[in-house]
Ligand binder design. Structure first.
Ligand SMILES: *Cc1c(COP(=O)(O)O)cnc(C)c1O
Length: 404
């Protein structure tokens, strides 16, 4: 048995995975052309507006509003939905912090609920159990590209008259029973941060089919001004969340690559699943057949330390990285983060008179299990070839043989 790379042996993976972000001369030419046009700002330019049209068309939505990043996209969507002081918004505890921080930034209350142990997406039964008279919205997260159970979520929302804003940061191009994720009810929000499936380093988008909602999002993101305003006529309180022309120029090229990437990742994920399932102690994210298109933001799997001689999940991740396979620990469930544990929510929450839930008292066993046991591989791992996949499996088996 060859020595582990973390102990000075040679890494399993010698040939590197495809690099991310992916780009070529098209992105460079797009940026150059914006620079040379001297139209770097959305108003004189046309890149942001065109990108909105193209992205809306891609998601088969009526409108898209480009913004600075995915966090702001959620903040604006909530504000435009009229969610504010003391309103409750139900989210999965297992998500990236922005899903919750965007709610707190609107002076609303994130209600953290559990996820499903197989898909790692929000559990609709937990949503139903968390509804109170103050509930205003459900904010499901399509985890790693797997769309949450939208049939049940929409039914609950309809029954209780709640808005649904989909955190689709992981899922441009995803579909639930043929319908694009992010367009299933009021709005969907996207991120174009560097790790995401299309990127300009930063960037975000809101999609919707409702014109009034679209108009409010635009004003909120544009200092309360209409695009045509030349008289400083600020009609409502907004801030500056505009995307720049340079970002949009790059993102238009990234959008053009998305379908090809989704296809390749899907082929590879389908090939990798049975290989991973054969490894004792490794359980990949289960795919609900109603997810008819999965863009595969990350490849998630549950890791059972017992099958690896007790090697902890955290040490497993470090050992795997040393073997040349990029890997990450799953998000920490939000109620286990210091900001929630200590309610460090800043001035907007001091003396508000609002009673927040006792986040320390929460027991969310699935979210806690995911936090402790799940590993994810970034999507570039799925952009390679058959050898790349085999080497991922080889690296995991090498670690297992060493410890088990
Ligand atoms: C990345 C991400 C966000 C935030 O997007 P940014 O563009 O980084 O602000 C929100 N939600 C989820 C689930 C994310 O993964």
């Amino acid at each position: 048995m060859s020595k582990l790379a973390i102990q000075g042996g040679s890494p399993t993976k010698q040939k590197p995975f495809p690099q991310w972000p992916a780009y070529d001369e098209q992105e460079i030419a797009a940026v150059t052309s914006v620079i040379e046009s001297r139209n770097w700002w959305r108003k004189p330019g046309d890149q942001v507006t065109t990108f909105e049209t193209e992205f809306a068309a891609y998601q088969r939505a009526r409108y898209a509003i480009a913004v600075t990043n995915g966090t702001h996209a959620i903040e604006i969507a909530l504000a435009a939905a009229g969610i504010g002081f003391g309103d409750e918004v139900i989210i999965p505890a297992h998500t990236f912090i922005s899903t919750a921080s965007a709610i707190l930034y609107n002076n609303a209350i994130p209600i953290l609920v559990d996820s499903q142990p197989d898909t790692f997406c929000i559990d609709p039964a937990a949503i139903a159990a968390a509804i109170t008279p103050r509930t205003k919205a459900i904010l499901p997260v399509h985890m790693a590209g797997h769309v949450a159970d939208m049939d049940t979520i929409l039914e609950i929302a309809h029954h209780h008259n709640l808005a649904v804003i989909e955190d689709a940061a992981h899922t441009p191009g995803a579909e639930w029973r043929g319908q694009p994720a992010g367009t299933m009810q009021l709005a969907g929000t996207y991120s174009f941060q560097a790790a995401k499936l299309m990127t300009a380093g930063e960037g975000g988008m809101i999609v919707t089919n409702e014109q009034d909602f679209r108009d409010r999002c635009f004003l909120l993101a544009n200092c309360g001004r209409l695009i045509t305003d030349r008289s400083y006529e600020h009609t409502m309180l907004g801030s500056n969340y505009r995307m720049s022309e340079l970002h949009a120029a790059v993102l238009r090229k990234q959008l053009a690559r998305l379908d090809e990437h989704i296809l390749r990742r899907h082929e590879n994920a389908v090939a990798l699943d049975p290989m991973m399932q054969q490894i004792k102690g490794i359980t990949p994210q289960v795919q609900d057949p109603r997810v008819t298109r999965h863009p595969h933001y990350m490849y998630m799997f549950r890791y059972d330390a017992a099958a690896f001689g007790g090697l902890s999940r955290n040490d497993f991740v470090d050992t795997l990285i040393a073997e040349g396979v990029p890997a990450f620990k799953a998000y920490r469930a939000l109620h286990e983060t210091p900001v929630f544990r200590q309610q460090c929510f800043g001035p907007r929450w001091q003396n508000s008179g609002l009673k927040l839930p006792d986040y320390n008292a929460l027991s969310l066993p699935v979210s806690e299990m995911i936090t402790a046991e799940v590993v994810w591989l970034p999507h570039a791992v799925l952009l390679g070839d058959k050898t790349d996949l085999e080497q991922v499996v080889e690296a995991i088996c090498k670690i297992q043989h060493h410890y088990a």
